[in-house]
Design a binder for this molecule. Structure first.
Ligand code: CU
Length: 118
């Protein structure tokens, strides 16, 4: 009888350890899935809106061209560069390092913006 209890206790300990391991893995994958929310920048009337955006590291920013004119999203330091975006065209970039990223439209250099990553 005592032996049986000891066996049952060992078994439930093993079950507990397994449950903890699964729980830990679930927590880890939850942490991994918790990427910062994606952000949008519109290209509209020859302006980036918002022109200045501050985001946490790991954020994906998507620019969408709303104008009937082709625009680009071109990093001043060549970190990212879109093709020419037609109306409705999008460009996305995921910021993995902190810093201030200045960009402009290659075709209309007066169109400028910054993404600050912290
Ligand atoms: Cu442009």
């Amino acid at each position: 009888m005592i032996r049986l209890h000891a066996f049952a206790a060992r078994r439930s300990l093993r079950t507990l350890a397994l449950a903890l391991a699964i729980g830990g893995a679930a927590l880890l994958s939850l942490a991994h899935a918790a990427a910062p929310p994606a952000q949008q920048v519109l290209i509209q009337q020859f302006k980036f809106a918002p022109a200045a955006l501050t985001v946490p590291v790991g954020t994906t920013v998507t620019w969408t061209n709303k104008d009937g004119t082709i625009h680009t999203v071109t990093s001043a330091t060549k970190v990212f560069a879109s093709e020419g975006l037609d109306q409705g065209g999008t460009f996305s970039y995921t910021f993995t390092a902190p810093g201030t990223y200045a960009y402009s439209c290659k075709l209309h250099p007066q169109m400028t913006g910054t993404v600050t990553v912290q």
